[in-house]
Design a protein around this ligand. Structure first.
Ligand SMILES: Cc1cc2nc3c(=O)[nH]c(=O)nc-3n(C[C@H](O)[C@H](O)[C@H](O)COP(=O)(O)OP(=O)(O)OC[C@H]3O[C@@H](n4cnc5c(N)ncnc54)[C@H](O)[C@@H]3O)c2cc1C
Length: 623
């Protein structure tokens, strides 16, 4: 039986099926529609909305430009220092120091508690910058009115066009911020690992703009003629609503899979899926934008940046496929040692011509274990001072075992102690854009557990410079290392023996904090520790036998129990009013949060004129 609908039949909106270019479209309603269309376009031109893409582009280019100027200025100061000159300050020194410390007392601060450690919330400074960016985008989105035209047939809603173009204009930035071989790093000195957070935020802003772009395209036909008008508009031949839907969906998919909860669970799977989804997204964007206005210019720029990044990584940074010093598909020889508490130390012969600076990391691929595993590790020693391309150098890596590659590596080494491994190296990447030894009077290095690998290269570097009487600003170095168990000292005992810290007690002080001292543990913790030590004993016989090579040797360490007191870390009394201090920290998220807040609070010392600067730099073993 046929069902009779009580809804009035859809007769179309005033705009439907009108082809304005059709000469027979000459009746009154057609003419009225034509005039209204012209007026709407005159008042809010479609082409003008494309300018919003330019406003977004200028904004981020200006940000990169400012950071570039700051970087060039720092490099220039360093150059002057090396030639024996004095630093140039941007405005009267005291005012500048005051402004910087006021900003740092806010910007270094971080939320403490589980929300911060779980979600890895950035510092207030980064949050403030992102709020500024979001406000700017909101202003561009909602300032100009009207958001809609009277009818969908008068043209695309202006709100939709400009937000769409703003999202498209962010695509080159999104790709620019993602690469390991990174143009922004070249210009600003900020490593890709630090830029990664902006890559993620820009991704979300891009998505929100894409949603703001989509909504008016749904609302406008709905207002005109309800669901049927929307349906007709969606399936109209050449309609951008149709091509935009999978594009938006894939962007959403990329963002959801990038949430730390997914990312940290299966990083390798995430990485490969992310790459191919991003490539698909870019392809869909070409289809969706359909070369309207200058939209494809952004997409061609994105593609060019992406291909350049891939090529630079493959043929410049990747040491086994590099065209700079060709040694095609040849790896570097690895010597490995396992230590207690899940630490493995690799010493890798550096390829000829490989140069690095303290704080940089490399990606390591060991084809014998798994060709597709490629993981970043900080180079834990400094390059020989004044070394030439032909000097043979060794890279030290300290690798903490987790669930994937790092665990496989450790198991392999424990069951094949004499195995010869070869590693393909890709890098060096990232690092610190300031030379701490010439920019500061005191360097304070703070590490928690495996974070020591980010601290050691600086210690090694400064000690080498000190011993070879190179010109430095730094007058003293303090190291604070927090570990759970005393036997973790054996991880770095050979480095400490080599550095002979005890010879220079007035220059370097190294404090080790044992946080799980057996005397102060409660019953539960003691049991866990004994269990862990037993596990180490079972799996790690070789390293246990030489676990305490430093037992009867003076390593120049000051060993104490309990946590590091970050307030006292920031309050050196050796400094005179004009001196500068830098604190570099690496370790668990909680340690970095507490350290950041302590350094933010210590800015009052600068405001009181006790010191000229207290800077902070934290390293993150992940993104
Ligand atoms: C710039 C940088 C420097 C690092 N330096 C060191 C170091 O000196 N010593 C050290 O022990 N660790 C370091 N790490 C961390 C190290 O890369 C990871 O612990 C390692 O990749 C884990 O591998 P897995 O397969 O065993 O991890 P899984 O058990 O699969 O995962 C453990 C954790 O490591 C993360 N992870 C896994 N693979 C990668 C990857 N390819 N890139 C980034 N994160 C990953 C996961 O998100 C997860 O949070 C560094 C990380 C970065 C980003």
């Amino acid at each position: 039986m046929m069902t009779m609908s009580t809804d009035p039949p859809y007769i179309g909106s005033a705009t439907e099926n009108l082809t304005l270019s059709n000469p027979s479209c000459s009746n009154d309603s057609c003419k009225a529609f034509y005039d209204a269309h012209q007026l709407s376009q005159k008042l809010t031109p479609y082409a003008q909305q494309f300018d919003y893409g330019h406003y977004v582009t200028w904004f981020y280019l200006a940000c990169i430009g400012c950071l570039t100027v700051a970087y060039v200025w720092r490099r220039w100061n360093r150059f002057i220092f090396r030639r024996g000159g004095r630093r140039i300050e941007p405005c009267p020194r005291r005012i500048w120091q005051w402004l910087v410390s006021v900003w740092r007392s806010f910007a270094y601060r971080r939320c403490s508690g589980w929300i911060s450690t779980r979600f890895g919330l950035p510092s207030f400074g980064i949050l403030a910058f992102m709020v500024l960016v979001i406000l700017y985008c909101l202003l561009l989105t909602f300032w100009q009115r009207p958001y809609y035209r009277n009818h969908r047939g008068y043209g695309s809603p202006p709100l939709a066009v400009r937000t769409g173009l703003m999202a498209v204009a962010l695509t080159p930035l999104l790709i620019l911020l993602s690469g390991k071989a990174n143009l922004v790093t070249m210009l600003t000195g900020i490593g890709h690992e630090k830029l990664n957070i902006f890559h993620r935020w820009v991704g979300w802003i891009c998505f929100l703009l894409a949603v703001a772009h989509t909504i008016p395209f749904i609302v406008a036909p709905l207002k005109d003629g309800g669901y049927k008008a929307l349906h007709a508009q969606f399936y109209k031949p050449g309609g951008l609503e149709y091509t935009g839907t999978p594009t938006l969906a894939i962007l959403f998919g990329i963002l959801v899979l990038s949430i730390p909860w997914f990312r940290h669970r299966a990083y390798e799977a995430f990485y490969h899926i992310h790459f191919w989804m991003a490539a698909t997204y870019l392809g869909l964007m070409f289809w969706h934008c359909d070369n309207n206005g200058d939209s494809w210019a952004y997409l061609w720029a994105s593609l060019a940046i992406w291909l350049a990044t891939i090529a630079a990584r493959a043929f410049w940074f990747n040491q086994s496929t590099s065209i700079v010093v060709p040694r095609w598909l040849i790896g570097s020889s690895v010597t490995a040692k396992t230590h207690p508490d899940n630490m493995t130390c690799l010493r890798i012969v550096a390829p000829v011509g490989f140069h690095w600076s303290p704080g940089q990391h490399i990606f390591v691929r060991i084809p014998q274990l798994n060709f597709f595993d490629n993981h970043p590790f900080t180079i834990a020693n400094a390059a020989k001072l004044g070394s030439s391309d032909n000097d043979q150098q060794t890279l030290s890596l300290y690798i903490r075992s987790y669930g994937g590659f790092t665990r496989r590596l450790r198991h392999y080494l424990l069951s094949n102690p004499d195995a010869h491994l070869e590693a393909w190296l890709d890098g060096p990447y990232g690092g610190h854009h300031r030379d701490l030894s010439v920019d500061f009077d005191e360097i304070v290095l703070v590490a928690g557990g495996g974070g020591i690998s980010a601290v050691l290269p600086w210690l090694d570097f400064v000690m080498a410079k000190y011993r070879s009487h190179k010109r430095m600003q730094v007058r003293s170095v303090r190291v604070y290392w927090s570990i759970k168990q005393k036997n973790s000292i054996s991880w770095i005992s050979d480095v400490l023996l080599r550095l002979r810290l005890y010879e220079l007690p007035s220059f370097v002080r190294f404090q080790v904090h044992i946080t799980h001292d057996e005397d102060t543990l409660d019953e539960k913790e003691r049991k866990r520790l004994v269990l862990q030590q037993n596990t180490d004993d079972e799996t790690d016989q070789e390293s246990i036998s030489d676990q305490y090579p430093w037992k009867n040797v003076d390593l120049g360490l000051d060993i104490c129990s309990g946590r590091i007191d970050f307030a006292s870390v920031c309050s050196s009394h050796d400094l005179v009013p004009d001196s500068r201090m830098v604190i570099l920290g690496c370790g668990p998220e909680g340690l970095k949060v507490d350290l950041s807040n302590a350094v933010a609070a210590a800015q009052t010392r600068v405001l009181r004129g006790e010191v000229a600067e207290i800077a902070l730099w934290t390293e993150t073993f992940g993104w």
